[in-house]
Design a protein around this ligand. Sequence first.
Ligand code: NAD
Ligand code: UGA
Length: 448
Amino acid sequence: MNITVIGAGYVGLVTAISLAETKNNVTCIDIDMNKIEALQQGRTPIYEVGLEKLLKKNLKEGRITFKNTIELGVNDAEIIYLAVGTPQSEDGSANMNYMYEAVDIVAKSILKDTIFVVKSTVPIGENSKLEIRANALSPYQVTVVSNPEFLREGTAIQDVFNGERIILGANNKEALDKLVKVNEKFETPIVKTTLESAEMIKYASNAFLAMKISYINEIANLSEMVGANISEVSLGMGLDKRIGHRFLQAGVGYGGSCFPKDTHALLNISEKAGYDFRLIKEVIHVNRMQRERIIIKLLKYLPSLVGKKIAVLGVTFKPDTDDIRDAPSLDIIGALEGLGAEIAVYDPIFSKKMGHIPNIASMFNNVTEYTSINDALLGADAALVITDWEEIKNIQPNQFLEKMLTPIIIDGRQCYNAQEMDANGIIFDAVGLGGVTIKDDNKVKVLS
Ligand code: NAD
Ligand code: UGA
């Protein structure tokens, strides 16, 4: 099938490549010429494990092409996917401007009846409006299908090819059946529903996961006060299948381009509908406080940060991505700078050859970037662990001891064992560390 994908970001590019991999002829379009040039040469502009290999394969096999003008790339397409950004506006709502611009040009450029598949996360009711908008601009019939995306950055390819569900929402059976055909190749359960329910499934899912994280963070904060240990609490809770172990890792809170903006957008949708969604307000509030708590912890050990060198380990919002959108590290670095600290940041992404390397130093006045952990730690008065990259989790106690001026470690992502740190003479604190941990590598005894 001839398919066009508008937007070559995290979602659009992964969508385009996975549709090519499942034997469709795909044209992927983006207005960013730098992205298109890189992609035409077989380089991915984002860091995502396994993506570049699939890109090269599908370029070689002639199933994917990249263009930077919509008018030249939509004529042959039976289906056009839209995967442009819907960032947060000042009032918390999802900004639909990129989507409106893209839909307008696409609608004016098509030369036959076409299905528009909306991958982007859009507020409930927006897909219907997009359909009306497109049909007002085109003499051809436009049918909109909502197909929200559930991939996670860092594991995008794995998520797309081993997903748990594909949601297809539409008010038109023929369009829905066509999309079922395209998606059957992913061998994933497909849920057919209406436009509005599909849109709600996306927001409700992200907000639920965000709620799980804020919940476990509150339990972590309480654990610190009453002598429990959050890593063991999460382990014990998660074994109950009704709760599940995923998204129970306490820490500095959620960041990224999705949970923060989608929780705010859901709150905005509720306000507009006249519903007082108290739970989501608290989820957002707890998440904001969690970033501040790590600074409060540091101040327990260093009451004044003026002139102190603080190493910040990890800047991306999670490991295995180059994305720093709404990363907790940015607020934390900003707070440290405000308190007079000199900040030494390390992130493995600084030395990766793929993707976009964030320039943190240019965003602040008192930040130096390092491409080696040891250099970032050298002479530091304390270190804050913000992103749980494998490389950061593997730092040994003697590395901290040898390089730092004072070995004060505040672990925001449960990377290290408290007992091991204590035994090595490190001043160690962590989110949810209220008591001693049991020293046993096989904490769960499986009865056979
Ligand atoms: P992104 O910012 O990485 O990519 C969007 C791309 O669209 C950019 O490359 C931009 O240049 C391009 N673009 C903007 N206007 C365009 C136009 N008129 N024509 C062609 N290209 C245009 O965004 P993203 O992270 O891929 O997110 C896209 C949508 O998917 C959002 O609604 C987001 O909420 C949703 N989503 C994202 C993820 C994720 O992990 N990033 C997961 C699920 C859903
Ligand atoms: C999230 C969802 O998991 C995807 O299903 C969804 O498609 C996507 O948002 C989206 O809509 O864009 P993503 O933001 O890539 O994916 O990453 P997650 O793995 O969900 O992590 C989000 C944040 O939560 C990260 O900052 C992570 O560190 C934090 N987190 C996650 C925790 O603090 N604890 C956990 O237990 C899990």
